[in-house]
Design a protein around this ligand. Structure first.
Ligand SMILES: NC(=O)C1=CN([C@@H]2O[C@H](COP(=O)(O)OP(=O)(O)OC[C@H]3O[C@@H](n4cnc5c(N)ncnc54)[C@H](O)[C@@H]3O)[C@@H](O)[C@H]2O)C=CC1
Ligand SMILES: O=C(CO)COP(=O)(O)O
Length: 344
């Protein structure tokens, strides 16, 4: 494929890892590091010691401390900042983003207060640009070390999704396409809530059985909300749904899971978040998901308990007891469409 110009907004762990992968493929990459000290350090050492230590940046990544220069004349803009910062960074530099540039978002969250998905935020700021969300089970620490990884490029236009697939795909990074932007965005954001729960379970000393239950019942409630919000439930069975849920709930790379472990061990929310030192998207997303469950009248028991733990000083052990003691129910209501009880 033809080599293109990419502006990466955000030199955190994910922005840096993807910048490295794109640069190794031969694309010309501009990378925006917001913090001046970090910018100077990376420029000197060619290593992002704060967010991705131990990995060198190829020479064809140009480092910037100025966001306008990062995005100017670029064919593709990769948005790799925490979800709550997306609106602000795009407002800052939108005048320098050309209309033909494709906006690729990799943030996995939902906007506080507005309850919007990131595609909706981007559309408000850059209505003329094509949008794609790139998501899937992908820890930056592994992608930056060329470990095999899969991603999904979801866009409303097939042409746009296939363009992004071509730009990012490498022998180590396989990219699929999907037209379900809503499902891919919700899967990526909501799995962080369940990962906090999986971490809490680990922190309490519970075992693999509890985690398997959280993951399986977690994807059920994500699918229930996704369905009423217009997603295809099939998407939640894919890489950006269950795939990302598995990696986030089981990996020690996951900031959400690690934060959950600290909560399960008894640490206060603010202290736990601070100790991670990187973005823990699940904290804000839990509040948004809880509000969405009320708005759409969808039963989300795990999300609700995590919301209470984060906001109402709910005792974590009591939360588990209440989840276990909920009123009895069938496992999957829809199965009754396929298999009937013998006695009904
Ligand atoms: N780290 C990973 O493995 C993956 C992360 N993601 C998602 O990518 C997004 C970014 O995550 P990471 O790079 O991991 O985060 P990080 O915490 O490693 O880095 C965040 C970056 O955003 C910048 N930033 C923070 N607040 C900002 C603000 N208010 N305005 C402008 N810039 C700001 C920081 O300076 C830093 O460069 C998140 O939504 C995350 O869920 C998605 C897939 C994998
Ligand atoms: O989304 C991720 C992996 O796919 C990263 O998860 P964390 O933000 O929990 O580290």
């Amino acid at each position: 494929m033809k080599k293109i110009n990419v502006g990466v907004i955000g030199a955190g762990s994910w922005g840096t890892a993807l910048a490295i992968s794109l640069a190794k493929k031969g694309h010309r990459v501009n990378l925006w590091a917001r913090e001046e000290t970090l910018f100077n350090k990376i420029k000197k050492s060619r290593e992002n010691i704060k967010y991705l230590p131990g990995v060198l940046l190829p020479e064809n990544i140009k480092l910037y401390n100025n966001i306008d220069d990062t995005v100017k004349d670029m064919d593709l803009i990769l948005v790799a900042v925490p979800s709550q910062a997306v609106r602000n960074v795009l407002e800052l530099c939108k005048k320098n983003i050309k209309e033909e540039a494709v906006i690729v978002n990799v943030a996995k969250g939902l906007e506080k207060n507005t309850l919007l998905r990131i595609s909706q935020v981007v559309e408000e700021i850059l209505p003329k640009n094509e949008y794609c969300v790139l998501s899937g089970p992908s820890h930056a620490e592994e992608v930056s070390r060329d470990m095999p990884t899969t991603l999904v490029a979801a866009a409303y236009s097939k042409e746009c999704a296939e363009f992004v697939q071509d730009v990012f795909i490498t022998p180590k990074l396989r990219v699929y396409t999907n037209p379900d932007v809503v499902g891919v965005e919700l899967g990526g954001a909501l799995k962080n809530v369940i990962a906090l729960g999986a971490g809490i379970s680990d922190g309490l000393g519970y075992g693999d059985n509890a985690k398997a239950a959280l993951m399986t019942r977690g994807i059920r409630e994500i699918s229930r909300l996704g369905q009423v919000m217009g997603a295809s439930t099939n998407t939640f069975a894919g890489l950006t749904g269950i795939g990302d849920l598995i990696v986030t709930c089981t990996s020690m790379h996951s900031r959400n899971r690690r934060c959950g472990i600290k909560l399960g061990e008894g640490m206060k929310v603010d202290e736990a978040v601070d100790s991670i030192g990187m973005v823990v998207e699940g904290i804000t997303t839990t509040n948004v998901a809880y509000n969405l469950s009320k708005k759409y009248n969808v039963d989300m028991p795990i999300t609700t308990e995590i919301y209470r733990i984060l906001n109402e000083e709910r005792d974590v052990k009591e939360a588990v007891v209440d989840l276990m003691m909920r009123s009895k129910t069938h496992e999957i209501e829809e199965v009754a469409n396929d298999v009937q009880w013998k006695d009904s």
